[in-house]
Ligand binder design. Structure first.
Ligand code: PNW
Length: 454
């Protein structure tokens, strides 16, 4: 009899969504075309020393002019679901005020092309490219941005309700609040106090609420909406009950500011005790908006922190990985496939989400040359396979995990790491804009076709 790899033969449910993801500022380019306004990343990239070799998002993958070719390639790989984001400064070049019809027209062309190629859009309203004009008026520290987002999300949902049924309000609040205004490693690169940073989180939560409201008001029949969060992920050091309980307690503490607050409809007592005088200012009505019911939770899962039971006040101890713990080229990206299982399981158990989607999962490496017309990224194939197995384990254990989006479709502008760090399953030669599907693209294509881990 033929030898078959039974271990990897586990099938995914028939309606499980397999997709790929990307974001406007990372792939579109055309940063100053057709009336697009400046974004905080256009500005940040030009501050010396902020981004690897001063790389800018000006051209990126030139997807703005090549989307039809990109969707043809996607379709040829059997990819039928694509998560993209809308560039706010294309729609409102100044964040609010005058609407740029050319920006809306671009996305109309994008959605028409996707439809032609049989690809369904999952649209993120905000994936970090804040209009610089809003930053000039305080950015995420100010309620001006919240009001502007309310108008922007209404406009976008109304304009594309016919084309888009899956909406994501915001991508990874932590990255544009804490990293943008606290550590300053991401745009706009500010270093504010903890109190101010907590206020930026609060404003982001309000925008999430406005996004949900926009979809309920203008999304039309069958439209669904959720947040994409990069929750803090704990993985029990062993899967003994004591370590699992410790990991869960750490998870609840560490995710109190976003997922905990949304679920509770307020900042929890534990969270308020932890931040003390740095607690954000909350106005009456804020939490009615923030805690509007959503249809799913999106999770970006890349890595995790190992936690074990300990005789501490909290009952847990989080471990720092030794330097020789395996990782991708991004230092934060430790290879911890079990994060997929524990993040989705804890989210389901703690917050009771009825549906969870992995809206991003992938790995970045610097050196992935095309050799003889091929990129043999076995490391990425292994990464995807290992994480998918843990996703499958979660489903088997009753977690309502309904889909998975691989980050990313194509090598792109990896924020402060510029074009140096490649996350794509399709290689992009940024000098010539030639696309070459990597071995991992072929692998993922087979997975999608057979709906099992190969
Ligand atoms: C995500 N971390 O960012 C973003 O949503 C993408 O735009 C990005 O390209 C991708 O992951 C790869 O980096 C993250 O420090 C940035 O843990 C930083 C972290 C996690 C995710």
């Amino acid at each position: 009899p033929a030898t078959t790899a039974l271990t990897y033969a586990s099938a995914f449910p028939a309606d499980f969504v397999f997709g790929v993801a990307a974001a406007s500022a990372q792939i579109e380019g055309a940063a100053f075309e057709d009336g697009k306004g400046e974004s905080v990343w256009d500005r940040f990239a030009r501050i010396p020393g902020k981004v690897y070799q001063g790389h800018t998002p000006d051209v990126a993958c030139d997807h703005y002019h090549r989307f039809d070719e990109d969707f043809a390639l996607m379709a040829s790989l059997g990819i039928k679901q694509y998560r993209l984001s809308i560039a706010w400064p294309r729609i409102y070049p100044n964040g609010d005020g005058a609407l740029n019809q050319a920006g809306l027209d671009f996305y109309h062309r994008v959605f028409a092309s996707m439809k032609k190629h049989g690809i369904e859009p999952w649209v993120t309203l905000f994936h970090w490219d804040l209009p610089q004009s809003l930053e000039d008026r305080g950015g995420w520290t100010s309620r001006v941005t919240v009001d502007a987002f309310a108008t922007y999300s209404d406009t976008v949902v109304k304009a594309f309700a016919k084309d888009v049924k899956h909406w994501i309000t915001l991508n990874e609040i932590l990255c544009f609040t804490l990293l943008g205004y606290g550590t300053g490693t991401k745009a706009p690169g500010r270093k504010e106090s903890a109190k101010v940073v907590n206020q930026t989180y609060h404003h982001a939560l309000l925008c999430h609420g406005h996004g949900v409201r926009a979809v309920r008001k203008f999304g039309g029949k069958g439209a669904v909406v959720g947040l994409t969060d990069n929750c803090a992920v704990s993985v029990p050091v062993t899967e003994k009950p004591a370590d699992i309980a410790a990991a869960k307690a750490w998870f609840i503490d560490r995710n109190a500011q976003i997922l905990g607050a949304i679920q509770a409809g307020k900042y929890t007592a534990n969270f308020l005790a932890r931040v003390g005088a740095d607690a954000p200012d909350v106005r009456p009505g804020d939490f009615a908006l923030i805690s509007l019911p959503t249809d799913f939770l999106g999770l970006n899962i890349y890595s995790g922190t190992f936690v074990r039971a300990a005789k501490t006040d909290t009952g847990y101890e989080a471990l720092t990985n030794p330097t020789n713990y395996p990782r991708a080229d991004s230092p934060w990206l430790r290879l911890v496939p079990q994060s997929m299982y524990w993040a989705t399981r804890f989210c389901h158990e703690v917050y009771g989400h009825a549906a969870i989607y992995i809206t991003e999962n992938g790995c970045g490496y610097d050196d992935e040359p095309v050799v003889n017309g091929e990129v043999v990224d076995l490391h990425r194939r292994d990464y995807v396979r290992a994480y998918l197995r843990e996703a499958h384990r979660a489903i088997s254990d009753g977690v309502p995990l309904n889909g998975y989006f691989l980050w990313s479709f194509i090598d792109n502008y990896e924020w402060e790491d510029g074009y140096q760090r490649r996350f794509g399953i399709v290689h992009c030669d940024f000098a010539t804009q030639v696309r070459t599907p990597k071995l991992s693209a072929r692998y993922y294509s087979d997975v999608i076709k057979e709906r099992k881990i190969l």
